[in-house]
Design a protein around this ligand. Structure first.
Ligand code: ADP
Ligand code: MG
Ligand code: ZN
Length: 501
């Protein structure tokens, strides 16, 4: 049984006695061309070690940092998107500590004047809407990467790759508002969606672009003060976030029940074993001796600059979901599915822009389109570019709405187009799907079916309505599913009515 399953089972009794308190810290790699304080490129993914470096990001004495404007704009944009406040003036601070991945002996970060503070993020959970307060979002630089390897002669050595050193990093810290593992997972998911929507980060968890840490403590139900918290790291997926927190709640409850005192540890999540383990003890919090960075000037945030950044913000996921429901009449479920996939949004907007009724457009996008997107590796093909695909699909939807092609055939045509890029009209012509609403042709087939099924015809005349269904089915069969079923029914009734007088 998984940790989530185990926690869900045993959790009820635990949750009657204890209230979990959870706060989330997220480190997010910002999408910029160059690093935070130098002009080295951030395109170091897959590059040989130590090829994207300069005196600034190697921490050589005397090298001077320069602020990356785009990185600042990304944090300001995030702040606006989470309804945070911005200080009139901000600055950078040195966070002093020693570690081999930090050659300067300090990290340039922000301490008491973060670029954004007092924000919030609202999202849906299985038990209803929930809002998490966000304490702050600030800008800092990433560290280098340590690589531990075993040499040919069996020694274990640690190598340093400075490519990541000095890359821009945004830290987002919530208030301790979260009460369940699911709320924590949903917060991280919604934050990822938001960061991607505003274009500040690719926020891929598996690639370390979105690193989630959870602070978890328990307090007896009704207590005011928080219990001792544990910080959990190394969760590489949303599922791990939920499982790790669920595990930690159970573990802490068992310890408290046994009369143990919890220590303020940093723990890691072992996804395979489904447990957290002690990484380091954090009994007395480290003193980083923060002080203002003397090599950088304070930064004044011009209101006009902020207004520009606000004007550039796209429609945010929450607003889009709300609009799709209120203005376009979609269900909450459909709106969520669409907004979760940028390509689905684009295709849906293209269809609605082409005059397709929103519910019909949404059905095609959330159904067939997303199914095919998952199934085919052609997903990057030029003909799948949303506005182009939208034009083709709109044509197909119109034919179906006008009863010129059946739903089954339309799906077949769309799949063929998705796979090959062949024009919708060409596929329909090649497969002979164009004549299905040709009444003259249907009358011919209907007459053949009537002649071949005299007993069914007799049943209809005797007033058995099921027999009509049987005859429609025979016509559909004769036309390989291409007949417009409603029209077949009409023709049949007309023919039988005429004959029956
Ligand atoms: P640090 O700087 O050591 O990481 P912070 O005070 O900034 O500590 O808090 C980090 C995170 O932990 C925040 O998200 C905060 O909401 C959360 N937090 C603080 N106290 C608790 C607690 N007792 N239980 C759970 N989470 C907590
Ligand atoms: Mg922390
Ligand atoms: Zn550099």
């Amino acid at each position: 049984m998984s940790a989530v399953g185990a926690a869900a089972g045993a959790g009820v009794a635990v949750l009657e006695r204890y209230e979990p308190v959870i706060g989330i810290e997220v480190h997010c790699q910002l999408k910029t061309a160059s690093k935070m304080f130098c002009s080295c490129s951030t395109e170091y993914d897959g590059a040989p070690p130590n090829t994207h470096v300069c005196p600034v990001c190697l921490g050589l004495p005397g090298a001077l940092p320069v602020i990356n404007r785009r990185a600042v704009e990304h944090v300001l944009a995030t702040g606006l998107a989470i309804e945070a406040t911005n200080p009139a003036t901000t600055r950078w601070d040195r966070k002093n500590y020693f570690y081999p991945d930090l050659p300067k002996g300090y990290q340039i970060s922000q301490y008491d004047l973060p670029l954004a503070a007092h924000g919030r993020l609202a999202f849906e959970t299985s038990t209803g809407p929930f809002t998490v307060g966000i304490r702050r979002a600030h800008l800092e630089e990433d560290t280098a990467k340590l690589v531990h390897v075993t040499t040919a002669d069996g020694r274990t050595v640690s190598l340093v790759d400075f490519n990541r050193s000095g890359a821009p990093l945004m830290e987002i810290v919530t208030e301790p508002d979260i009460r369940t593992a699911e709320q924590a997972r949903r917060y991280a998911e919604e934050l990822q969606l938001l960061l991607r929507a505003i274009g500040v980060s690719d926020a891929d968890m598996e690639r370390g672009q979105l690193r989630v840490e959870a602070n978890v403590s328990l307090r007896p139900r009704g207590a005011e003060t928080f219990g001792t918290r544990v910080e959990v790291k190394n969760m590489n997926s949303f599922r791990s976030v939920e499982r790790a927190i669920a595990f930690e709640i159970e573990r802490q409850a068992a310890a408290l029940d046994a009369g143990e005192t919890l220590t303020q540890d940093t723990r890691g999540w072992d996804d395979t074993r489904g447990v957290t383990y002690v990484m380091r003890s954090k009994e007395d919090s480290q003193d980083y001796r923060y002080f203002p960075e003397p090599d950088l000037p304070p930064l004044r945030l011009d209101p006009a600059w902020l207004a520009e950044i606000r004007a550039r913000l796209p429609e945010l996921p929450a607003a889009r979901r709300a609009r799709y429901q209120a203005a376009l009449g979609l269900s909450a479920y459909d709106a969520t599915v669409l907004v979760n996939e940028p390509r689905a949004i684009e295709l849906f907007e293209a269809l609605v822009g082409a005059g397709i009724e929103p519910k019909r457009a949404s059905n095609w996008v959330t159904g067939e389109y997303l199914r095919l997107l998952r199934r085919f590796s052609t997903a990057d093909a030029a003909w799948l570019e949303p506005s182009r695909l939208g034009r083709e699909l709109a044509e197909l939807i119109r034919l179906q709405a006008a009863d010129q092609i059946t739903a089954t055939n339309a799906k077949e045509v769309f799949e063929a187009h998705f796979e090959t890029g062949q024009a919708i009209a060409a596929i329909i012509a090649a497969r002979g799907f164009t004549k299905i609403s040709d009444e003259a042709m249907l009358e011919g087939t209907v007459d053949q079916v009537l002649a071949a099924n005299p007993s069914a015809v007799a049943d209809v005349r005797a007033g058995k309505p099921q027999a009509i269904g049987f005859l429609v089915g025979q016509v559909m069969k004769a036309t390989r599913g291409q007949a417009n079923a409603a029209l077949v029914g009409e023709v049949l009734r007309r023919r039988l009515g005429g004959q029956g007088g």
